[in-house]
Design a protein around this ligand. Structure first.
Ligand code: NOJ
Length: 543
């Protein structure tokens, strides 16, 4: 195999992105909350995983009503996480190791403690009044329309002092900015330039599709597809999300990025394919380098359904658009909890061998699971606001401290440090980086082999994708098999989604060389006609 250093492709196409939730990765100062110096201490580990780029969830000053997604100053670091000087060290150390650093940009809303909002709410004639979305009460004094907050309740809060309501699509401490005001547009571009000038390599843009709302503030219709799970799902969000105007705004943001070398933007977009593709823009008017593709998180874990999903996505992706895949993030239950520890290996093989950029969530590489949070320790706002559905909407379970070793505090903080901000997993003495590093069959050892295989293989990093029909209906229902091909190299990926042995029965002549099994216990020649996958096994086979 040859190196994947292919000058035709860019870092965000061939590389793997690794998401860090700063509160939970590494606590260097012993206050029970992760910080930037902590992340810097762990960069050699991250480099060793084979990661290309690190994405940090927000580390800006914030009163933490949504754990940093309520930004009180876009151009500084929260003292809990360190200082701007700590950030500069982190950035330099990331670059020294040949990696990239991406920040979370949260343009849709600020914190209610941001100086812009303090000004805006101070009086109706303040010059920044129109930087946010203020509306008069309805004739009966109630909310201006029926728009809902994602985190429960109406999206409007009344401001006694000035007698109007302001819009917030998340908690009331997260007022939405008004992007119909061009000063706001320019202010956010300045924020981007501040970090890009420092050398930051790109942004993950929070709720990118929500930045524009209906100019007439029309009521949203009841959704015909409501499944009753969350109150927010009751409405069809046609006036608060994915408005045509949002695309102009994104094109403007892209222009800022394009005025620098080699930077990128990935948008947070939970959308069906037809709407998702629009977020790439066109060759003349580019938008996101990558609009996040979250289908693997949302899909039922079923071989035939996943195959169809991948095929459908591949089929509609414009020729010049680069695919991407994600298995987990700070808003979703952990992969290993969703589909089980055995299938988590299969899922990672899928993530890292599909065509496109993979994004991995910290801790998934060691098989971390959701940690049950006792009711009195719940911190996440949607879970606090809607306790009856905390198990659905609560995100604390997937945000618990990274498990580094078996010592008290799991190496997340020193053994004598303050108690961590969220509880540790009960099994952290077994599931941790140190333990798994010394076990050649561990999840971590597997993950690293898979990452190395991907990196060394042009077929896996940049090759074409084609899914294969299987010999029997049973295999077809339980397994997903595809081929990747580039530069004369052909790789076959065969994944068994079931807990039963499956004879694949490929109609290919001769044999291939099995280069990686999820179980790490077999390699070498395999006859295609006899190819059998053991329960929950995935294999990569060189043709
Ligand atoms: C999406 C983020 O991923 C989530 O964590 C946050 O609560 C909301 N946007 C609001 O910023």
């Amino acid at each position: 195999m040859t190196s994947n250093a292919n000058p035709k492709y860019l870092w965000w196409q061939t590389g793997v992105v690794y998401q860090i939730y700063p509160r939970s990765y590494m606590d260097a100062n012993g206050d029970g909350i992760g910080d930037l110096p902590g992340i810097t201490q762990r960069l050699d580990y991250i480099k060793d995983l084979g990661v290309e780029a690190v994405w940090l969830s927000p580390m800006y000053p914030s009163p933490m009503h949504d754990f940093g997604y309520d930004v009180a100053d876009y151009c500084d670091v929260n003292p809990t996480f360190g200082t701007l000087a700590d950030f500069d060290v982190l950035l330099a150390e990331v670059h020294k190791r040949g990696m990239k650093l991406m920040l979370d940009l949260v343009p849709n809303h600020t914190s209610s403690e941001h100086p812009w909002f303090l000004e805006s709410r101070s009086s109706r004639d303040n010059p920044k009044r129109d930087w946010y979305i203020w509306r008069d009460p309805a004739p009966d004094g109630g909310v201006p329309n029926n728009w809902l907050s994602h985190f429960g309740g109406p999206a409007w809060t009344f401001d006694e002092k000035t007698g109007q309501y302001y819009l917030h699509q998340f908690v009331k401490q997260q007022p939405d900015l008004n992007y119909r005001n061009l000063e706001v547009v320019e202010a956010m571009r300045d924020v981007m330039r501040f970090w890009l000038d420092k050398g930051v390599d790109g942004f993950r843009v929070d709720v990118i599709g929500l930045m524009m709302k209906d100019e007439q503030f029309r009521d949203e219709p009841i959704s015909p597809n409501w499944d009753g799970r969350t109150p927010f799902g009751k409405l069809d969000h046609i006036y608060t999300a994915n408005l045509p105007e949002v695309h102009d705004l994104i094109r403007g943001m892209r222009k800022v990025l394009d005025s620098y070398d080699d930077r990128m933007m990935v948008g947070e977009t939970y959308l069906p394919n037809d709407m998702l593709m629009v977020y790439y823009g066109t060759p003349e008017q580019r938008e996101c380098h990558l609009p996040f593709n979250f289908q693997l998180i949302l899909a039922p874990w079923d071989a035939a359904k996943v195959r169809k999903m991948v095929d459908d996505y591949e089929a509609v992706l414009p020729a010049d658009a680069w695919p991407n895949w994600v298995l987990g993030n700070h808003d979703q239950h952990r992969l290993s909890t969703r589909i089980g520890a055995h299938q988590a290996r299969v899922a990672n093989m899928l993530l890292l061998t599909l065509r496109g950029t993979p994004t991995c969530y910290y801790g998934d590489e060691i098989g971390m699971q959701d940690v049950p949070i006792p009711a009195h320790m719940i911190q996440d706002p949607p879970a606090v606001n809607m306790p009856e559905i905390a198990h659905i909407v609560g995100r604390d379970p997937e945000r618990t401290p990274m498990q580094w070793n078996a010592l008290p505090n799991a190496g997340f903080s020193a053994p004598d440090a303050k108690e961590a901000w969220l509880p540790l997993a009960a099994n952290y003495t077994e599931v941790n980086v140190e333990q798994e590093s010394s076990n050649p069959y561990s999840f971590l050892s597997y993950f690293k082999k898979l990452m190395a295989l991907r990196k060394s293989s042009p077929a896996l990093t940049v090759g074409s994708y084609r899914s294969l029909e299987l010999g029997s209906p049973k295999a077809q229902a339980s397994c997903f098999v595809y081929e990747r091909q580039a530069e004369g190299q052909r790789m076959l990926v065969a994944l068994n989604f079931s807990a039963r042995e499956q004879k694949i029965g490929l109609s290919l002549p001769g044999s291939g060389k099995l280069v990686l099994s999820t179980r790490l216990d077999r390699e070498g020649d395999v006859q295609f006609a006899d190819l059998t996958l053991r329960p929950n096994e995935g294999c990569v086979i060189a043709l």
